[in-house]
Write a protein that binds this ligand. Sequence first.
Ligand code: ADP
Ligand code: MG
Length: 491
Amino acid sequence: MGVSVNPSKLIKGATGDWEVVIGMEVHAQVNSEAKLFSGSSTTFGAEPNDHVSFVDAAMPGMLPVINEECVRQCIRSGLGLRAKINLRSVFDRKNYFYPDLPQGYQISQYKHPIVGEGMVYVDMPDGETVEVRIERLHVEQDAGKSVHDLHPTMSLVDLNRSGVGLMEIVSLPDLRSAEEAKAYVSKLRTILRYLGTCDGDMEKGNLRADVNVSVRRPGEPFGTRCEIKNLNSIRYIGQAIDYEARRQIGVLEDGGVIDQETRLFDHARGETRSMRSKEEAHDYRYFPDPDLLPLEFTQSYVDALAKDLPELPDEKKARFIKDYGLSAYDAGVLVVERASADYFENVAAGRDGKAAANWVINELFGRLNKEGMDVAASPVSAAQLGAIIDLIAKGTISGKIAKDLFEIVWQDGGDPERIVEERGLKQVTDTGAIEKAVDEIIAANPDKVEQAKAKPTLLGWFVGQVMKATGGKANPQAVNALLRQKLGIGG
Ligand code: ADP
Ligand code: MG
């Protein structure tokens, strides 16, 4: 990597500029009906301890059996990360004691993960593409949950999550700002959701990130990092990084040193605070799990999965730019969710792609956001929006009326073309009717007419008046042409 640093990403300290360096470990819950090593359900929201088999509760003598669906999903995720798939990987025991970990160890992968080096392309709003190298993806069990607020003197434990499959996706320290880190997690989430390998629901904890942060002077070697554990929202990821970078800069500028430690983010205070230092770090005594054989599959198994992958966001974006003539920015917005991309393509089919993108992004998404709704729940279907766009293209309605029509369809549903007929929303292209309105406005405003002759930008005011007088239904081109002619303004 080069030494050149984009100055806009640097953080100003009291003694000069600093660069923040970030690497992430993202935990993504594997989308599968059953847990990683047992047949228990992974359904969210059950009564505590409803989904716990003897294996999940670590009863003596119980043996784990690998769930092939989880393996398949990990391989598919690896392919989506453009990563090397390892045909042989090994399950290791990571030993530690925790009340919600009944085995006394977590079955994970250590030296030989199922997925090796890959790459995620992260497009930033300014057009830059950040290349984030993936170090590995390994599969492991989730732990249960301790509940401390249900009983006055006891802690309770819920093992529903215990044994659920997690993919841990580890990046190299290739991120240089909170914005990039947030965009990286969003992109990862998009890829996994396209693949259907993780639902990406951060509120349910199905996607969460450990964020490693260090700072350095531009061009210097990496500084000592701190790891902020278990962030479960993209906003918190950004806040935690900004706070942590500032904290480290403050310590270093005061002549201190950074201790490598694990920290927690307190979102109520917007601060990170120390959880444990490197000296207190666990010695996990990893060793291969004797209950499980190494995980092996063939290249042809991987190839078959690769062949069946859906079109992924990067490819879809490139296709939208090429086939529909969209800007990179608009294409990027449309491909964030597969459902939005599909909706857009249904609207764009046989129509002007740019007009379709404008309507979907500005009107539809704007309206959905206002209501906090998903595109899947949109009361205006792709067919209805397409019909509205057709009415504009044919000159039947003006762009302004189209927005009113969109709102009517949003509220009451119905066939846009019929609504236009029934409510008399048709654009007036009849020059006679428009001319009458133009003449009236001119006659009523002699002073403005004089001014407009000297200052042609006043034409806009006249156009506005005529549109108002015709209820927005006059064809704007016709209004413009007539006004120019009558006021004697060239154009
Ligand atoms: P460990 O061996 O303790 O797991 P790794 O070297 O595997 O540590 O790194 C864990 C995470 O920390 C990775 O996501 C990596 O990108 C990140 N990381 C490593 N060094 C730094 C650093 N100096 N600054 C920020 N992040 C770092
Ligand atoms: Mg590591």
